[in-house]
Ligand binder design. Structure first.
Ligand code: HEC
Ligand code: HEC
Length: 258
């Protein structure tokens, strides 16, 4: 920590004046780059990254019949390592049938309800986290490839506007921290670009796996701004914008964070 400037909330505004430059999109880095070397090793090691427990649960759930004569996910999605490899790289995406923006969680819930005929798992339920972590893990190492044009454009623009808007009692935009303070220390964390490519992730502070929207809620709370609901249109649009910024970066689910 020596030599590195530690920022308190009160010092954020001062530091921002010095780090106003917005990096070119090609410079956006994964959250992993900002982890301590030990945390990075732990994330990569399936035996030491606790989030792989959720991946394992998701794998089991994928093959389990919801009722004795019901269909498991795997009944329709045979050989998921192949058939669903890369699926996570395309989310969020606009659902052709409803024209609504769906993230991976939303797509899983859609299949669960409409094709499996079961009640939704519910956002942030252990089941949905496990399933999302599992399907995310099938895309590990593949580049994020979301669509940001066509039908996705208005959502992307809404996410961008949200990202750039100052909010909360601290009157800070996402951009001021995740472009302006990248590499700086803030409450013990090193500020990253907010790429979101490691979620769902195991966070030590949560002692649990959480979704990207849980992380977004923590950032909203951090600036004393409105916390939107899990799966809300606001966070879905933000998620698309973050994924658009992260295009080309590898999916790293399940990540590990402080
Ligand atoms: C009755 C068959 C059926 C069942 C059961 C089913 N699905 Fe699906 N699923 C589909 C079909 C059909 C699609 C659309 C395929 C397409 O055209 O992209 C789909 C799409 C998906 C996608 C999007 C893939 C992509 O490339 O975008 C995911 C993820 C998914 N399903 C997960 C699940 C999960 C998780 C379960 C279990 C909770 C499940 N599905 C149960 C039939 C099913
Ligand atoms: C006061 C500064 C600040 C503001 C404003 C802020 N964040 Fe964060 N954010 C952080 C810190 C600190 C972390 C934890 C370290 C890191 O990964 O950047 C974090 C983490 C994240 C992460 C997780 C990155 C990862 O790889 O784990 C995402 C995504 C994110 N923020 C998005 C946002 C969005 C979107 C907004 C606007 C709603 C926002 N943040 C507002 C400081 C901020």
């Amino acid at each position: 920590m020596s030599g590195r400037r530690r920022l308190t909330q009160g010092a954020v505004a001062l530091a921002l004046a010095a780090f106003a430059a917005v990096p070119a999109l090609s410079e956006i880095k994964s959250g992993t780059e900002f982890l301590s070397p030990d945390m990075r090793r732990q994330q990569a090691d399936e035996t030491r990254n606790p989030a792989f427990f959720w991946v394992e649960q998701g794998r089991e759930l994928f093959s389990r019949k919801p009722t004795p004569d019901g269909q498991a996910c795997v009944s329709c999605h045979a050989d998921p390592q192949q058939s669903l490899r890369g699926a996570a790289t395309h989310y969020p995406q606009v659902d052709a049938a409803t024209a609504k923006l769906l993230n991976l969680e939303g797509r899983i819930e859609q299949c669960r309800v409409e094709r499996q005929g079961q009640p939704a798992f519910g956002y942030e339920s252990p089941e949905l986290l496990a399933m999302t972590a599992y399907l995310g893990s099938l895309s590990r190492g593949l580049p994020v490839e979301v669509k940001t044009d066509g039908a996705a454009r208005p959502y992307y623009e809404a996410g961008k506007a949200f990202f750039e808007r100052r909010q909360g009692q601290l009157n800070l935009s996402c951009q001021q921290c995740h472009d302006g303070l990248v590499g700086q220390k803030l409450r013990g964390d090193t500020v990253s670009h907010g790429a979101g490519t490691g979620y769902p992730a195991y966070r030590l502070e949560w002692n649990d796996v959480g979704s990207l929207h849980r992380r977004l809620r923590a950032c909203s709370l951090g600036v004393r701004a409105t916390q939107f609901d899990y799966g809300s249109p606001e966070y879905l649009a933000l998620e698309l914008y973050l994924a658009g910024r992260a295009k080309g970066l590898p999916v790293e689910t399940p990540g590990m964070r402080r």
